[in-house]
Design a protein around this ligand. Structure first.
Ligand SMILES: [Zn+2]
Length: 211
């Protein structure tokens, strides 16, 4: 793998560690952290900071029965969520989101495929498969869009993004990412505009199909 040059910015790492980052972005951060030693170290530093803050926080009294209730629950069976390891180009956090199965791709036309991992009103996260030389189907995102390259690479007006790199785009960035020559570019992309994407793609493809 080439050296990772585009990392998770500090404020997003802080939000991720605090647990306040919406789920779609959190999956991108977790996946990048699993690929990037530098951001893994940053994640651990933020966790240590969080622990230090907790230790200095004031105590709050809890009810008398809480301790006995908690003790009584210790032996209760807990259904644990299975955790999956990396498979091919998909790191563990993505395999866990895929529940251990291979991605189920849906065609967007022109060889571009997507596999939606999750989507709700908070946002969505999907895998994108873009053949070499093909433009990434872009869309109107209202806030932040995070794209993590898993295989291949793409380039746009802001630079070059290879495996492990994260691109952050806000609504002010007008960009046309194009997959480079070589293996197909497979990305993990999170955005806060889940429905907008689906309705925009056919419109985006219209000029390409000339319909
Ligand atoms: Zn990093």
């Amino acid at each position: 793998m080439t050296e990772i040059t585009h990392h998770i910015p500090d404020h997003l790492m802080a939000a991720y560690t605090a647990g306040s980052l919406p789920e779609p972005y959190a999956l991108v951060v977790a996946t990048h952290v699993s690929m990037c030693l530098e951001c893994h170290a940053s994640y651990e530093a933020h966790q240590a900071l969080g622990g230090a803050v907790l230790e200095t926080a004031g105590e709050a009294a809890v009810s008398e029965v809480l301790k006995s209730d908690v003790m009584a629950l210790l032996d209760a069976p807990v259904a644990s969520e299975p955790v999956y390891k990396r498979s091919g180009v998909y790191p563990g956090p993505i395999m866990t989101a895929l529940k251990g199965r291979a991605p189920r791709w849906k065609s967007l036309g022109l060889g571009v495929r997507q596999c939606i991992l999750s989507g709700n009103s908070e946002g969505s996260v999907r895998l994108l498969y873009i053949p070499p030389g093909q433009a990434v189907p872009d869309h109107g995102h209202n806030g932040l869009e995070m794209t993590l390259v898993l295989q291949g690479s793409f380039s746009d007006e802001t630079g070059w993004f290879g495996a492990g790199d994260v691109e952050l785009a806000d609504q002010d960035l007008e960009h046309t990412p194009i997959a480079d020559a070589g293996p197909p570019c497979i990305c993990l992309a999170a955005t806060d505009a889940p429905l907008r994407f689906n309705s925009f793609v056919p419109r985006l493809l219209q000029p390409i199909f000339r319909i």
